[in-house]
Design a protein around this ligand. Structure first.
Ligand code: HEM
Length: 156
């Protein structure tokens, strides 16, 4: 199927990506994870559907997962909407710089029992079939800082 022309600016994200990441935060032990990310056009609409799953390295024991949508805005911006099973939702605006997008939350909402997360920043880039990202957050009383970094290869 032809992709919606409005998706062209972010078409570098489209694909199934598999790889490995590591996580840190001052309040927890550092950890590693295997990850799969799927980004696909939502039929003919000008949005990408995003889904992500992570596992303990080398196993299928689930860790974090999330789903959402990427919405291009004009030629150099995009919005990102994400829901997490931990009771957190993120709404981001982002700037597209070549094959990189820098997203920062305009809103984080939490279910009453969710942990405190006040800000999230996601920097994603794709070069030569490799997707890398960094995620920063201000959470549980800590200043905004790195929580995750990962590298994934395109698998389809
Ligand atoms: C690849 C995705 C992610 C993985 C594998 C991951 C993994 C982990 C692990 C293993 C912990 C420590 C144990 C625990 O509290 O469950 C943790 C803590 C935490 N994560 Fe993540 N996480 C991911 C994404 C996120 C995202 C997107 C957010 C928020 C937007 C987030 C927010 C937190 C918070 C608030 C804590 C608790 C820190 C504390 O209580 O001291 N995580 N994460």
């Amino acid at each position: 199927m032809e992709i919606n022309p409005q998706l062209e600016r972010i078409s570098f994200l489209i694909g199934t990506w598999r790889g490995h990441g590591r996580g840190v935060y001052p309040t927890i032990e550092a950890f590693e994870y295997d990850e799969e990310i799927d980004l696909a056009p939502l039929g003919p609409k000008p949005m990408l559907r995003y889904s992500q799953s992570t596992w303990m390295p080398g196993t299928r024991d689930p860790l974090h997962s999330e789903i959402g949508y990427v919405r291009p805005v004009g030629t150099d911006a995009a919005e990102l909407i994400i829901a997490q099973p931990t009771g957190i939702t993120e709404i981001h605006t982002g700037t597209i710089i070549e094959r990189r997008i820098e997203f920062r939350t305009v809103s984080v909402e939490r279910a009453p029992s969710a942990k405190e997360v006040l800000s999230v920043e996601r920097r994603i880039e794709v070069h030569e079939g490799r997707l890398t990202y960094e995620l920063f957050m201000g959470a549980v009383g800590q200043p905004h800082q790195l929580h995750l970094e990962a590298t994934l290869e395109k698998s389809k």
